[in-house]
Design a protein around this ligand. Sequence first.
Ligand code: PLP
Length: 350
Amino acid sequence: MKETLFDINRLVRPNVARLKPYSSARDEFEDFEAEMVFIDANENPFESDVNRYPDPQQRKLKEVLAARRGVPADNILLGNGSDEVLDLLFRAFCEPAQDNVLTLPPTYGMYKVLAEINNVENREVLLSQEYQPRVKDILEAADRNTKILFLCSPNNPTGNSFSAESVTALLEGFGGLVVIDEAYIDFSAQESCLHRLEEYPNLVVTQTLSKAYGLAGIRLGICFASPGVIAVLNRIKPPYNVNALTQRRALIRLDDPDSIDKEVSDVKREKGLLFNALLEVKFVSQVFPSDANFILARVDDANLRYRQLLDKGIVVRNRTTQPLCENCLRFTVGTPEENSRLMEELRGMV
Ligand SMILES: *Cc1c(COP(=O)(O)O)cnc(C)c1O
């Protein structure tokens, strides 16, 4: 394990460290697949496929995810989307009106919203012109109350990944938790940071089934971290935060890795075609290379082009108000038919 400034006992909120967690019926008698009479949880006894509470620790699902990602199940916590996982991190580690977090705009908007909801100061250090973290400025912006640094890589909305050197420098130079949001990692040529978990106890990696796995509707987010961090989050998570239908549906999907892999490679191929086609559009001045399933492109007038596309029945994301994203639109890679339709409309626009 690397010598780091990290000390989990200094980071966790005192009330969280002190509290006695809620113990559910399914925590107290865990073997709920056994042939027993279960009259401990005030459930309706008449069997349907959802009359029982779900496994609060989602053990089967964690086992499958652990095997797929090559990480022990003890390093995993699951949430109702990554958004819940991120919120748990705030609630476990950031004292309202006292602590702060660091975010690097332009990036995913939820970090800032969660900071506001939790009454935690959000310190912003803009990415460089190349959309890379400015390591020195970030470390200078941190103080003793800076509990979490959010790195989104591949980054939304810019699509690029952060350089391995800057991520390492931040993991080693920052004394709080470094959360690497890998929502788009399956589309990336860059390697996931999961293999660094053992080396860096301050590293938290979040992933999701919402993008590459095609399950945005079931809400399943994954947090990978050292067992100490996972234990803290387990103290405060709602007991049944991942419902039974979600657990089942995720298992069905994970049982068919070939179809996931095929969809991801189809999206990557289509992204290449879309990238080249966007370069040819006359009012597109810049197309940013992407490690994700979307492409950011700079146009002459984002508001105008956004409205024109809407009139044609195509909804894209206008990112023009984001710093360093002036006149930029974000295009999610669609089906081949949707992408052709988009290109046809863009080519026809004056
Ligand atoms: C889409 C996205 C997520 C996914 O959030 P879920 O709550 O798991 O659906 C997380 N982080 C980033 C950066 C995203 O773009």
